[in-house]
Structure formats: C-alpha cells, structure tokens
Design a binder for this molecule. Structure first.
Ligand code: UDP
Length: 385
C-alpha cells in the first residue's frame, strides 16, 4: 500500500498505540512521540528482576469490558488469562469485602440478612430526602446510608481526591455497585482478564507495524504540528497550550514499594477506608498473575496527592469550579486545526482502559472517513464538557 501523509501521535499509551495501528494499517506513516522512557503510559508493566513478579508500575490495572469488539481487539495482541478482581477493605480494625455486598452488610451490621431483607434494611438507612444526587456524598447517603458511607467511602475518598466528597461529582461513586448477594466481583462486565505477559507486551505488539516509528524520551511541541497531515494528542490538554489558562487539577500517586517473602496480604488489592491510615490501598502485584508462582512478593503502598508541575498526572479532578477553565481549553482546542485530543489526559476524563480503546478505534475510523471525504476532523470525539 502506498504511504499517505505523515501522522504524529503524542503519547505511546493505549490511545496512541491503537490509533497509530489503525492508521498504519490504512497506509499512513505514523510517528509516535512519548516523553517517558517506555511505552504503555500508565498501564506500563515490568517484571521485577529479583522476584520475577509482573509489576503494574503505575498502580493496578484490571481489564474489564462489555464491549465484545474491544475484548477481541486486545485478545488479538495478547493472551488474556482469567482474573476476577476481588477487592478487600480494612476499616475500623476489620477486613470487609468490596464492592459493598451481602457479606459486607451482614458483617458490618452483625446480621444474617437474606437479599430482600438486606435491601429493605439499606433502604431504611438511605437518606430518601435526596431525590437527585449530584455529589459523591449525596450519592452515598442516598444509596448506602451514613454508616457504610463513613466506614468505606468518606475517608478513602478524602485521601484519594484531597477534598470533601461534597465537592466531587456523583459519577465517581457510580463506578461502584452495591450488591444484595454474595457476588464480590468488583466489576460487573462480561469480559475480565489480565494480559499474560503484561500490558506493555500487549502495547508493544499493537505498535509492531512497519509504518509505525516510536520516539521515546521525546517531547512534541505544538509548533511541529504543521509538518504532519494530522496530530492525535493524548498528553494533558492544558499542557498542549502551555498551561496558558492555568493548570487543570489532577491527582498524582506516590508508591512506597516494599518486598516480602511469601504472601503479604492474600489478595491483590487491600483498600484502607480509615482517614487515619495515610495510604489509600496496598497492591500485592503477584496476585494479578494467579497462574504464576513466586516465593517473593512486591507490594506498593499507594498515596494520593495533588499533582505538581513535575509529577505524573493520574486522575482528572473535575471540580465543579474548574468547569470554566476547562471550557477555555476546550474552546482553544476547537480553534486549533489539524489536532484531535484523545484519551484520559487529552480529554481530561476518568476513563477505563476499555473505553479508551473503544474511543481510539472510533477516532481512527472517523479520521479515515473524514479524510476520504476531504472533511475536517473535530478536535474531540468526546469533548470533556
Ligand atoms: N472508593 C471509596 N472506597 C473504596 C474504593 C473506592 O471511597 O474502598 C471511591 C473513591 O472515591 C474512588 C472511587 O470510589 O476514587 C472509584 O473507585 P475505583 O475502585 O473505581 O477507583 P480506581 O481503582 O479507578 O482508583
């Protein structure tokens, strides 16, 4: 196939790799730039040299989706092995099962409820004066009531987000189900699994195409965009405009790594609901690969804090009061010809991996159909606001 125009992609994470591959397959020359020294963005995994454990360097990533095309897509590049995310939480000197399920409710309230009884009981706990929950706290008080909220969500959320749950949108809590049975699967999606050789191996396979070149430790400047048929930018939206309207709020994470001989906590993720414990969770990475056997163990204590200029941005905060600033960046992006903003950082949204891949596939397809018709590509497929 003859080469078409040159495409620049900023970021070698999931968005960049998927868009790059789709366009490479369509005959474009794709140059991918990443400021870091490795591909895969925050999904990056690496085998620890001493213990042999596959480590999620930027915190736990579990693949789950209802999207059959996305599931087939990832399985085309990597073997996914069965993995069910079963999270525990330590609160007030006890270990409970998450997401909140019948076991959690019975243990917490010292009861032996059957499903219907638990449902009725929790409905009694709920604050029914809240008709249309807007904030995280309202959502929690409406659906689980004050006691469970304070034990499992309030302290954790204050640590994770560095603000009061009254300032956060209800959508963050809507990520978590409440179950009136003993199903302790953290996700309710049809497909769930872990890449046998890690996410970086999968992304390397996606990037493995003759039309794709990857330049690591290379920043991309806006001024270079003119040299390309189009730019797909998955870096921070505010960074593209040199933070001219101020910095969008992000949370960053610090990981305190420690090793252990044997099994440290018996599960991959143990959350800590109490505000008095400074970290949000401990991840024991070897449990993400239950098909492997390692004597040693690598664990991360995870601390969240405000993201400074030199830190890696993780979670977009999206406080209500930041909406105006975000709208300014969106307006700037929409005036910028030849650039499409993609992914978690480019669109400043809290995205799961499967949604990121879905949007990347859709973005590449839209680009191909727009260029076929000589039509302009929009700045966003899914604008942040
Ligand atoms: N959350 C909480 N307690 C927990 C787990 C989660 O309060 O034990 C809240 C917290 O605000 C978190 C949100 O629910 O940011 C979404 O949780 P999820 O497990 O999806 O977070 P992620 O793994 O993406 O950090």
């Amino acid at each position: 196939m003859p080469a078409k125009g040159k495409i620049a992609i900023v970021g070698a994470g999931l968005s960049g790799a998927v868009i790059g591959r789709e366009l490479a397959l369509a005959g474009y020359q794709v140059e991918i730039f990443d400021a870091r020294s490795h591909i895969a963005g925050n999904c990056h995994t690496e085998r620890d040299a001493d213990t042999g454990v596959m480590v999620h360097l930027y915190g736990p990533h579990i693949f789950h989706t209802d999207d059959a095309e996305v599931w087939d897509y990832v399985n085309g590049f990597e073997t996914f092995l069965p993995y069910k995310n079963r999270v525990k939480t330590t609160s007030q000197d006890q270990v409970y099962s998450l997401p909140v399920n019948l076991h959690t409710i019975n243990q917490f309230f010292g009861k032996t409820f059957r499903p219907d009884e638990a449902r009725a009981f929790i409905e009694e706990q709920a604050d029914k004066t809240i008709e249309d929950p807007q904030t995280f706290e309202e959502q929690a008080l409406r659906f689980v009531g004050k006691d469970l909220y304070e034990a499992f969500f309030k302290g954790y959320t204050e640590k994770q987000w560095g603000c009061s749950p009254t300032d956060l949108p209800a959508s963050i809590l809507k990520r978590l189900p409440v179950r009136f049975n003993y199903d302790d699967n953290y996700f309710f999606h049809k497909f769930q699994g872990m890449p046998e050789n890690g996410y970086t191996d999968m992304i390397a396979a996606i990037l493995d195409h003759d039309n794709i070149s990857v330049k690591l430790e290379t920043r991309f400047d806006r001024a270079e965009a003119a040299g390309y048929a189009h730019v797909f930018y998955s870096g921070p939206l505010d960074g593209y405009f040199n933070f001219e309207h101020g910095r969008l709020g992000y949370r960053t994470l610090d990981f305190e790594r420690f090793t252990y001989q044997g099994d440290y906590q018996g599960c991959a993720v143990m959350n800590y609901g109490d505000a008095s414990v400074p970290y949000t969770r401990i991840t024991e990475h070897k449990h993400f690969s239950p098909w492997e056997d390692h004597a040693g163990s690598v664990c991360y204590r995870e601390f969240a804090r405000v993201c400074g200029p030199d830190d890696i941005p993780y979670y977009p905060i999206r406080l209500v009061k930041e909406k105006e600033q975000l709208a300014e960046y969106v307006a700037r992006a929409e005036q910028e010809a030849g650039v499409t903003f993609v992914g978690r950082l480019g669109t400043y949204r809290y995205l799961d991996m499967d949604v990121t891949i879905r949007e990347a596939l859709d973005t590449a397809r839209l680009y191909l159909s727009k260029t076929a018709k000589n039509a302009a590509m929009p700045a966003f497929l899914h604008p942040p606001v």
